[in-house]
Design a protein around this ligand. Structure first.
Ligand SMILES: [Zn+2]
Ligand SMILES: [Zn+2]
Ligand SMILES: [Zn+2]
Ligand SMILES: [Zn+2]
Length: 346
């Protein structure tokens, strides 16, 4: 149960991955630039003016040796000095996993103080994030850090950058390969099972939305994702997709479009629209309508309580679609959780 030790991992400043498990991640101590030296004060705000600071070579010692997660609250020790976090003490029924003596009654206050005194920068510090946190508290931020790297969806392009850089890179380099969209406007597009990936970019070099088609046994699965960090206020869209099958219109949408940082070609397990192969159009030329809407716009429109139809199409499925549109908006406003629907009009 006890974690194996690994030498000097924390000296390397490069973050290895943004994997969900934080266990074996490399981290940069706050003053690692001064490696090996103990200095009275390093430039500025992160060190208390009179205090001394130094380098902690292995941040892993600040993790619970049982569960390998950062100590964040009370730290307990047995009579032999073995440590465990409070939730591990509970799980182990207060029996030290190393020596079987009771654990969970005596706190290790030195360790608790040590943890409080260590600050770590965000993993994305090298991309411009200046946020710093008490050890263990940075994870919540990193999940929605605006500096998370996003990857260019163009085939054979290896560009990665923070979202704004990616959007301007895409606009400058791949303009011809993408379609433009304006928030709240319907777009008609041909979807081909052969063209597995279609990229839409908001007019003016804005966010990128990727529409992907996956061939599955039943026909085709279509996903819509925004390439953006999962940070508040960035790439927040809703969308609706619809296609007509004879006199029926099938609509699918999400009140809160999923955000991804990198395009994946793995067949999706949820949040996709199914286009069955028995639809009367040949699979390789589905005619699909897509409407992408920025969530802020919805809030603004909801204020004046008036819904003006922006599209002047006179088709049978139109009314049902309008209903669906409203459904998306309402749920987007009421709660920010994802709601999903797939329905058939008559
Ligand atoms: Zn633990
Ligand atoms: Zn022990
Ligand atoms: Zn950050
Ligand atoms: Zn590119």
């Amino acid at each position: 149960m006890v974690k194996e030790t690994k030498g000097n991992k924390s000296v390397a400043g490069e973050a290895s991955s943004s994997s969900r498990s934080r266990r074996k991640r490399q981290r940069l101590p706050s003053v690692a630039e001064d490696e090996g030296r103990v200095t009275a004060s390093v430039d500025g705000d992160e060190v208390t003016p009179e205090g001394r600071s130094g380098t902690l070579l292995d941040l892993d010692i600040l993790d619970c040796p049982v569960c390998c997660l950062a100590f964040t609250e009370h730290v307990f020790q047995c009579d032999n000095g073995h440590l465990a976090c409070s939730s591990c003490c509970l799980k182990l029924r207060n029996k030290c996993p190393a020596c079987a003596l009771p654990i969970g009654y005596n706190r290790c206050r030195v360790m608790e103080r040590l943890i409080e005194s260590v600050t770590v920068p965000c993993l994305n510090a090298k991309h411009g994030c200046t946020a710093k946190f008490v050890y263990g508290k940075e994870l919540a931020h990193e999940k929605e850090c605006v500096f998370t790297l996003c990857y260019c969806p163009a085939p054979n392009c290896n560009f990665a950058g923070v979202y704004k850089d990616l959007y301007s890179h895409y606009d400058a380099n791949h303009k011809d390969a993408s379609m433009r969209f304006v928030s709240g406007t319907l777009r008609n597009t041909y979807l081909s099972a052969n063209s597995k990936l279609s990229v839409f970019q908001e007019c003016g070099g804005g966010p990128l939305v990727v529409v992907q088609c996956f061939e599955v046994a039943e026909g085709m699965s279509v996903t819509v994702n925004c390439i953006a960090p999962s940070a508040p206020g960035v790439g927040e869209f809703s969308f609706s997709l619809s296609y007509s099958m004879g006199r029926h219109t099938v609509t699918f949408g999400l009140a809160d479009m999923n955000r991804i940082q990198k395009v994946s070609f793995e067949t999706p397990e949820d949040d996709f629209m199914s286009i069955p192969s028995y639809s009367n159009l040949p699979l390789n030329v589905e005619y699909l309508r897509i409407c992408i809407r920025q969530l802020e716009d919805e809030a603004a429109e909801d204020d004046d309580e008036e819904e003006v139809g922006e599209d002047d199409e006179d088709e049978a499925g139109e009314e049902e679609e309008a209903v669906e549109e409203k459904k998306i908006r309402r749920s987007a406003r009421e709660k920010k959780t994802n709601s999903k629907y797939q329905s058939k009009g008559k």
